[in-house]
Design a protein around this ligand. Structure first.
Ligand code: ZN
Ligand code: ZN
Ligand code: ZN
Length: 605
């Protein structure tokens, strides 16, 4: 007798207490030169303001209750069935218990909201213009920048190892979610007018706030020390009666919580696949003898899956991201599914008005699974390789596969690169030995960013040959990847960064192709560093890396922003050099920046 047993799922999001925001902390200020403003009544001068402007910067840490799930770990006590009369009687004796203790390391992640930052910079310039200042402060105080830098670094250095223990619930799948909790950094800028108003020989002090603006510039995702949520699913097979005669499947009987639907947390699997009844969209778990499955190799990036559905319902079969596809032969690479796959499998039964359900000619559905190889040094699978499929085994690998690819055209190659870097610490050369056409330096860098965002600790010594500073020499990486990598190197191996910087500075001189956008990004990130040598490199890039004829394009591609940062540095010598660069550019944008910087005293002394 065939029966589809439906399961209930229950999702719990752990309650978290409301958290209190701090007060604003002063983070220094930028002061303009003294200036005189005449107050007139018609043509008569009533008095004069002898004032300067101050741009005062404040920050505040604002904890939130926002949780982000990054990893999930499942323990499935799989019911072997046909032992108890009803699930209420089940103990673990009918199950194959999952007894593994599973661990995951959750790392902190800092997320710069660069759009919001840029907007704040623009706002302050606009406010300043409205207030009659010749422009606005070029940047927040350097105290603010180093505070933000420090907080990001501190957050990213946090990690917690969490353990998911086996559970004692019979016939039940429990999935626990682990991740991070968000704290925001808010920045506030206040414009103050400070000085005296002199009128008819009388001085009246002026100390007034004339404008302010505020924004969230960084999200700090700190690792959360408990599960951020969990889902429970009961999948009992004990009520099943002996097979052979089919019946219409029962309507879903949900014993626990709400209903599991496609897109819900991972449900129980049979042969690594999740099943849903097509008509209702509800989850179900066929018995092993109801589903015939075959998986064989096709190429380095594809496997072929064929399924025969011997239940009486049309089913949607779903292969989750990160499911592992394990070859029979242990000398061949284990593959992992890089794109969730959905396949509709029609029932092999047809309805006869007299006889009821009858077996029709068993048919099978086939589909192509997109895969990545996980073991660089083992044999490639061939069309003859037979596989079995198991549910995702490594939460970190799933998180890596979930990271968006920066380029859609080469998405598969980048995903494959990520997996090999993560599993085998593969260098670019090693990857390109196995993959045609292979990755460029820029694509490899994009792949590294994906690993970092998934929570892989790339500063672990085993990745030393992967985080190679020379990757910066060529363009083609995303803006985000370049920014992350320069900051990473400035932190972890500043000498390597300086050596590559030297190469970039000279690349024009040695007639290498110059990618102005790439250089502008590198300069921009260097100028946000706290390391004096890296700051020096940033200014050198502005000075020397760009031939005069490319200067206008360079300015448009981010060079102006980089100059803005250089002019706001604390080091007088560097600021002087930045001034010289700005003058040589001879553009209105550069001129305005220099005027503002002068007004706010950047080049004094
Ligand atoms: Zn059971
Ligand atoms: Zn049971
Ligand atoms: Zn049982």
């Amino acid at each position: 007798m065939m029966r589809l047993h439906f399961f209930g799922v229950c999702i719990v999001i752990l309650g978290v207490s409301l958290t209190q925001a701090q007060d604003w902390d002063a983070r220094g200020q930028i002061q303009s030169r003294d200036t005189q403003i005449e107050r007139r009544n018609g043509n008569v001068i009533e008095g004069t303001e002898l004032v300067h402007y101050e741009y005062r910067v404040f920050t505040k840490l604002v904890p939130t209750d926002d949780l982000k799930s990054k990893y999930h770990i499942s323990h499935d006590n799989v019911c072997q069935g046909k032992k108890h009369k009803a699930h209420e009687e089940c103990d673990l004796s009918c199950d194959k218990k999952d007894t593994k203790v599973k661990k995951v390391t959750v790392r902190g992640q800092a997320e710069s909201l660069s759009g919001a930052m840029r907007q704040m910079e623009q706002e302050s310039a606009k406010l300043a213009r409205k207030l009659g200042m010749p422009g606005g402060p070029n940047n927040w105080s350097s105290e603010t920048s180093s505070y933000i830098h420090q907080m990001k670094r501190d957050c990213e250095s946090k990690s917690i190892e969490l353990t998911s223990l086996p559970h004692e619930n019979p016939c039940t799948l429990v999935t626990e979610y682990f991740g991070c909790k968000k704290t925001e950094i808010h920045v506030k800028g206040e414009f103050w007018k400070v000085g005296v108003y002199r009128s008819h020989g009388v001085n009246t002090p002026i100390n007034e706030k004339i404008a302010e603006h505020e924004g969230t510039v960084v999200n700090l995702w700190y690792p959360f020390d408990k599960a951020v949520g969990s889902a429970t699913t009961v999948t009992c097979r004990c009520k099943e009666r002996p097979k052979d005669k089919p019946t219409v499947s029962d309507k879903p009987v949900l014993s626990l919580g709400s209903t599991l639907k496609k897109g819900d947390p991972p449900g129980p699997t049979l042969g690594g696949l999740e099943f849903y009844v097509e008509e209702s969209g509800l989850g179900c778990l066929p018995s092993p003898e109801q589903i015939l499955m075959q998986c064989s190799g096709q190429s380095l990036t594809k496997c072929e899956l064929s399924i025969t559905n011997k239940t009486s319902d049309d089913l949607i079969c779903r292969l989750p991201l990160g499911a592992e596809i394990v070859p029979e032969d242990s000398g061949t690479q284990v593959m992992t599914c890089t794109e969730p796959l959905e396949l509709i499998c029609k029932s092999s039964w047809s309805w006869d008005i007299v006889a009821g359900f009858l077996p029709s000619t068993p048919s099978f559905e086939t589909a192509t699974i997109r895969v990545a190889c996980t073991e660089l040094h083992k044999k490639e699978p061939s069309a003859k390789t037979k596989f079995t499929i198991v549910p995702p085994q490594d939460p970190l690998l799933v998180a890596i596969l979930e990271q968006p690819a920066q380029s859609s055209f080469f998405a598969n190659a980048i995903v494959q690169g990520r997996v090999w870097i993560y599993r085998d610490q593969a260098s670019l050369a090693e990857i390109n030995k196995r993959m045609v056409p292979g990755l460029t330096e820029g694509m490899y860098l994009n792949a590294l960013l994906g690993l970092n965002q998934a929570g892989v600790d790339l500063s672990d010594r085993k990745f030393a040959k992967c985080v190679d500073a020379n990757l910066l020499k060529s363009s083609g990486s995303s803006e985000e990847a370049t920014a992350w990598f320069v900051a990473y190197l400035a932190e972890q191996s500043p000498n390597d960064l300086l050596a590559v910087g030297k190469y970039l500075v000279q690349s024009f001189a040695v007639k290498e192709a110059v990618d102005v956008r790439h250089l502008a990004h590198v300069a921009d990130v260097c100028l946000r560093s706290v390391d004096p040598n890296v700051l020096n490199l940033g200014v050198s890039l502005l000075e020397k890396a760009i031939p005069a004829e490319l200067a206008p394009e360079f300015q448009k591609s981010g060079g102006i922003n980089a100059l803005r940062l250089a002019l706001a540095l604390n080091d007088k010598e560097l600021v002087k050099r930045a001034f010289a660069v700005g003058k040589s550019w001879e553009s209105p944008e550069a001129k305005e920046l220099l005027n503002n910087a002068e007004f706010f005293g950047a080049a004094q002394g």
